[in-house]
Design a protein around this ligand. Structure first.
Ligand SMILES: Nc1nc(=O)c2c([nH]1)NC[C@@H]1CN(c3ccc(C(=O)N[C@@H](CCC(=O)O)C(=O)O)cc3)C=[N+]21
Length: 286
């Protein structure tokens, strides 16, 4: 068997067209959806991601603002900027790119962003909303992955989904969204015993660890859907995921590539969130 590629680049392009039309309609209501991104310091990977976000946000017609602060900025200065943007009616969505320098407490930063504007969904209010089945802002990566699975009509209800990784930005919210759509969800992590006996049971396997080559074809169930969230650099400086793609593609029914899989869909998840917030602004005005 050779797996179908879950083409994040293609699905992201299609989603951008839909968002672009929605933004046009919003503009007829005198509403321009606004996204503000705060970038602290000069981490090269962050610079790439933020550039990709800006390109996509501008393409769909968002009012995009980047606030680039020096690596030496104090926590108080950062919090002051966040509070100002919390008050700014032009800003529907606000996010602070991670990672942050050591003098800044990321937890405090995330919980200073107004929950209604927290498009990353990292604040405790949104985490609570996610796990209690309410409407809320949820993290871009799992949102984008759900959209990708839906586009390829992957069945979710009743399926056994195994998520490897329990981070607050991917593993946990991924498990919550799969559970909300009635998957049977197992979360595995570094303390899990006999990981491979679990991965071989997965109908949907999401790998979000940050370890190249962690999962190969022998570790998965034939016909599984495999989502690779890993972003690792190999010796040649090339971006590689957490799975051994060639062997997995021999056994899986569907698999995401890296790059061109989850990465572009992460931005789709974010843009979807911003557009949704601006749409609610119209509903409130009506
Ligand atoms: N507050 C916050 N929110 C985030 O959503 C957030 C963050 N911090 N910190 C870092 C992670 C990572 N992330 C990515 C965005 C785009 C690509 C992306 O565009 N990837 C391309 C290629 C990228 C490349 O060539 O390096 C791809 O996979 O095809 C990847 C990863 C957002 N993150």
């Amino acid at each position: 068997m050779t797996a179908t590629i879950l083409d994040g680049t293609k699905v992201a392009k299609r989603a951008d067209q839909v968002f672009q039309e929605t933004v046009q309609e919003l503009k007829q209501h005198q509403i321009i959806p606004g996204l503000a991104v705060i970038l602290v310091g000069d981490n090269p990977a962050s610079a790439v991601y933020v550039r990709n976000k800006q390109r996509r946000a501008e393409k769909i017609g968002l009012n995009y603002q980047l606030f680039h602060l020096p690596v030496t900025v104090s926590q108080d200065e950062l919090l002051e900027l966040i509070q100002r943007l919390n008050q700014d009616p032009q800003v529907d969505g606000l996010m602070v790119q991670m990672p942050l320098p050591a003098q800044i407490d990321a937890m405090v930063v995330m919980n200073t962003i107004a929950p209604e504007k927290d498009v990353d969904g990292f604040s405790i209010a949104n985490v609570g909303r996610l796990w209690s089945g309410m409407f809320g802002n949820f993290p871009g990566t799992p949102r984008g992955i759900m959209r990708l699975l839906h586009e390829y009509q992957v069945p979710i209800a009743g399926q056994h989904a195994v998520v490897i990784g329990r981070s607050d930005i991917v593993g946990k919210p991924m498990a919550a969204l799969l559970l909300r759509e009635n998957a049977t969800v197992t979360i595995a992590h570094s303390h899990t015993r006999d990981l491979r006996s679990l991965t071989r049971q997965a109908d949907i396997l999401v790998v979000a660890v940050g370890q190249a080559g962690l999962i190969s074809g022998a570790d998965i169930k034939p016909g599984a859907v495999v989502v690779d969230v890993g972003m690792n650099r190999n010796e040649a400086g090339k971006l590689v995921g957490d799975i051994d793609f060639p062997s997995v593609a021999q056994v899986a029914k569907m698999v995401t590539p890296v790059p061109g899989g989850v990465g572009p869909m992460t931005i789709t998840g974010l843009l979807e969130q911003v557009v949704t917030l601006a749409q609610r602004r119209v509903e409130q005005n009506d």
